[in-house]
Every structure is written in structure tokens, then in C-alpha cells.
Ligand binder design. Structure first.
Ligand code: 3HC
Length: 297
């Protein structure tokens, strides 16, 4: 089947990024949100990102002013689920909460045409469990993108035991059309990236708790010693400590292994509402976003 029209559920950080890359790849995109104010916020983020890309030369992934206008014209926001009826694929990127995700799949099931593929951008929830909220388990896959979506080249394409071969291949090819590099993975919690990344991030917190080094020194060690673009604490704050904490629960629940268990400090930060960059405070203080200062924890 050919994908022409894309629906995106949720216009947060991930949803708006996914909508942007789909529109940049030439697809018509409709983004659903519960309230106009969330669409406005997400579209402002897209505008900012397109602005940055317009400043780059074409050989570094830059776009022209005309391309920017064309991309904008392919994107529209809506609060009416009926506007998703003719989509060929719907990618869900709502809050990482099983009940909320299931609720929205139940809502769109009767509206979106039967041949359409449903995909979830979940980072940790079982694709198999989400698919049970629909009547199209064979047309259900995971498409897991990475933050910031316009820049990160990877998409994990996740299949369940029920996913039809042609649906999976269509989703895989769709990933390529978005100028991403798709990797094939099965529905095991965390897929490839979070399976390896989460224990590393949690170990960095444990190392700090045990006095191995300061926040800045551990960050610098991994940046300069291993060539990582961000140290673990900068990355934790970037991903969101609440999001990471949620993922650790799902992964620990699945595997019952200590490497996926949340260290006490992560729990304390989340309880205090220090979620990282988005709340202005996490392992670092972002009072001046250009000059984060490590907190004394
Ligand atoms: N859209 C467009 N352009 C953007 C952008 C965006 N959203 N964000 C940054 N840029 C541009 C900047 O303008 C800059 O452009 P220039 O080179 O023309 O000046 C360029 O990207 C580089 O940005 P910065 O100089 O601000 O910063 P960096 O060089 O550090 O790059 C980064 C930023 C690409 C985010 C890099 O730090 C990085 O790769 N970090 C790691 C991110 C990562 O690991 N993400 C995965 C998280 S895990 C996840 O998402 C899974 C989930 O399930 C938890």
C-alpha cells in the first residue's frame, strides 16, 4: 500500500517533531490534539526548528525559504478526530501512559479507514498491549523516533507476533522515506536503544551517588573520553527525568533486573518536580539555558 496522508496523535515534543519530518518528506500531515493551545505550542516549535534548518547550507540538511513554505503548507492541526479519517498511517505520540494511549486508539479505531496502519512512538510500553486496544492487530507497528526528531537519524521499526509482513515492510520503507535509518526490532521492552541506553544512564546516577565523580566530571568524561555528544546527566535532563523514571518502571517490571531499577536520587528529583531541562531544573539548573550549572545533590 502507498502512504500519502499521515496522521499524528499529539503535538508535544515528539509528536511535533514527527509531524515536521513527515511534512519535510513530502507527506500531507494532520496533527490531532485535545486543545488548540497544544497545537499552537507544537507548531511554534516546528517553526523554530524550520528556522534553524533554513539557516543551514543544503549540503548540511538545510532548506530554502520556498521549501519552508511548502513544508508549512503540508501541515495542519486539528482538534476534530474526523479529520484523520483518510490517513494511510497514524502515528501516536501522546503521553507515555498505557490508559491514555489505549483511550486514543479506541477513539480513532472507528474513524480512521480500515486499511490504515497504526503506529506508536512509545519508548517502553508494549506494542502488543497497545495493539489490543484496536481491531487491527495485524496493521499495528511501533515507530520509535529520537529526540530531537528532525536531527536524529534513527527510527526503530517494531513488530509484534501479529504484525503482517506487508504492513511491517511498508512501515520500514516509510521510515526510509523520512530520510531516517530504520532498524528492525521486535516487541521486547526498550527495543534496541533504551535497552542499552537506560542501564548506562542509571549507572551514571549510581556512580554519582557512590562518589565516583561530580556531575560535570562524569559528563565530561563520557563526552571527551568516548565522543558522546552529551554526557549522561545532560542527556538525562534533555530526555526528561520523569520520562526516564517512567521507562525504568516499565523495564524493571518486565525484566526484574537491577540494571533497570531507578536509583533513589532519580526518584527524589522526580518527586521534587525537577524534571530536567523542561522544568528548568534537574541535575543542572537552567536559569540561564545557555549556561547550565550543576545542582548540589
Ligand atoms: N531542529 C533543527 N535544528 C536543530 C534542532 C532542531 N530541533 N536542535 C538543534 N538544531 C541545530 C542547531 O541549530 C545547530 O545548527 P548549526 O550546526 O547549523 O549551528 C545544530 O543543530 C547543532 O546544535 P547545537 O550546536 O545546539 O548542539 P549540539 O552540537 O550539541 O547538537 C544534538 C545537538 C544533535 C541534540 C546533540 O547534542 C546530540 O546528538 N545529543 C544526543 C541526543 C540523543 O542522544 N538523543 C536521543 C535521546 S533518547 C530518546 O529520544 C529515546 C527516548 O525513548 C527516551
Amino acid at each position: 500500500m502507498e502512504i500519502k496522508k499521515v496522521g499524528v496523535l499529539g503535538c508535544g515534543l515528539m509528536g511535533s517533531g514527527i509531524a515536521q519530518v513527515c511534512a519535510m518528506a513530502g507527506f500531507d500531515v494532520t496533527v490531532l490534539e485535545v486543545e488548540q493551545k497544544f497545537l499552537d505550542k507544537g507548531f511554534a516549535g516546528i517553526e523554530k526548528s524550520l528556522g534553524k534548518l533554513a539557516e543551514r547550507p543544503p549540503e548540511k540538511g538545510g532548506i530554502t525559504a520556498q521549501q519552508k513554505n511548502e513544508i508549512r503548507a503540508r501541515l495542519r492541526g486539528t482538534t476534530d478526530v474526523h479529520n484523520l479519517a483518510h490517513c494511510d498511517i497514524v502515528i501516536e505520540a501522546v503521553i507515555e501512559n498505557i490508559a491514555e494511549k489505549k483511550k486514543i486508539y479506541a477513539l480513532i479505531e472507528g474513524v480512521v479507514k480500515k486499511q490504515a496502519i497504526f503506529a506508536s512512538n512509545t519508548s517502553s510500553i508494549s506494542i502488543t498491549e497497545l495493539m489490543t486496544a484496536t481491531k487491527r492487530p495485524e496493521r499495528f507497528v511501533g515507530l520509535h523516533f529520537f529526540n530531537p526528531v528532525p536531527l536524529m537519524k534513527l527510527v526503530e521499526v517494531v513488530r509484534t507476533i501479529a504484525t503482517a509482513d506487508d504492513v511491517y515492510e511498508t512501515a520500514y520503507e516509510f521510515g526510509k522515506k523520512l530520510s531516517k535509518v530504520p532498524v528492525r526490532t521486535s516487541d521486547k521492552t526498550g527495543f534496541v536503544v533504551n535497552r542499552l541506553l537506560v542501564p548506562y544512564l542509571l549507572d551514571a546516577i549510581r556512580a554519582y551517588e557512590e562518589g565516583v565523580g561530580s556531575i560535570e566530571d562524569i559528563d565530561n568524561a563520557m563526552k571527551l573520553g568516548c565522543g558522546y555528544p552529551m554526557g549522561p546527566f545532560t542527556l538525562l535532563d534533555f530526555v526528561g527525568l520523569d520520562t526516564t523514571y517512567y521507562i525504568t518502571h516499565v523495564m524493571y517490571d518486565e525484566f526484574k533486573e537491577r540494571r533497570f531499577a531507578s536509583p533513589p536520587l532519580l526518584k527524589r528529583l522526580v518527586m521534587a518536580g525537577w524534571y530536567g531541562r523542561k522544568s528548568g531544573k534537574g541535575f543542572y539548573d537552567y536559569s540561564d539555558p545557555n549556561k547550565p550549572v550543576a545542582n548540589k545533590l
